[in-house]
Design a protein around this ligand. Sequence first.
Ligand code: V47
Length: 377
Amino acid sequence: MIAAECDSRIADIAAKVKADERLSFAEGLFLDEQADLLTLGRLADLVRERKNGRYAYYNTNVHLNPTNVCVYRCTFCAFRSDLRAEKAYVFTDEMIRERVLEAREHGATEIHVVGGLHHLKKFDWYVDVVRTIHETCPEIHIKAWTGVEIHWFSHLTNKPYDWVLQEMMDVGLGSLPGGGAEIFDEEVRSQICEHKSDAGRWIDIHRTAHGLGLRSNATMLYGHLEQARHRVDHLCQLRGLQDETGGFQTLIPLAFHPENTGMSHLAKPSGHFDLRMIALSRLMLDNFDHIKAYWIMLGEKTAQVALGFGADDLDGTVVHELIYHDAGAKTPEGLTVGQLHRLIREAGCEPVERDTLYRRVVRDGPKWTVGEPVLVS
Ligand code: V47
């Protein structure tokens, strides 16, 4: 495309963003393939400001991955293990209780639970993980099980998604994390997670969860075999479901970490690519309130800069992260609240501790209560 034509398309898109109008698939594709980073960032920051002002959110959370044993062999995953491999593990009830009590000591408002699909564990074992957490510390919000896990539970029990979700809600499930979405395009999906629940099912599970009153998150895994058209299609599909239900809270663009995976020959996405994905997501998802720059995966420095490219959330203190660290992430396994505040303030934003549902947390050391939502628009 010649420069003048490119400039005129950018001007049209900028006018639409300023008028708060929805961008089309073709415009998204153009932005992904041709727009320069600073233009993308400037436009995305406009949307971010409109939705969240200069607030930047974080939360106090702890991760729990109850097992790494998994029936699937997703090419992008370094975390999974075979049953008899040396690295295989399964948490006992006692270990779960210990992790939850540690979370409480840290003042965590959320526990983030995802893991492998252990073929020797029955559905009741997964229900008991949630029950044990809830009984140990009822005030902590349990954000647990990706759409892929919910699909596996449905397969194990031969029951529909709403039944599975209701069983989990009855013992304390509070919301669903965004994992398992990867990239919706079937051709790419068949190369990176061949046997896993397909895109239609992932969407259906989140639709069902929203219908039951559960909020959920969404993710997009980029920087592997996908191309621009797959990323834009992914974002448009998420936007479509959000139009229907309004149940998504945030999108987390996830940069592929190749180390120790079946695609270790690929280069890790650059900082430039990471920022482009944050900005593109902010621009395409006009009906999502939040875009999360997950510092564990981006690194603190890129995550901080992302706050000026459309992101409004850094995720949390995240103690005990394994999925990215097994795949070579060099970030620390946790950040203190003081470190998060400094990153946010230096980026010209005001730090707000939120709970999982984006309500302000009012804190006195490890003790906390939940206040009002902090949304600007
Ligand atoms: O679905 C796995 C991704 C996801 C790798 O909802 C990888 O708040 C890059 O969903 N390189 C699980 N990505 C993590 C997840 C998540 C993380 C933080 C916050 C939330 C939330 C959700 O991690 C998987 C997959 O897309 N993943 N391996 C890898 N080597």
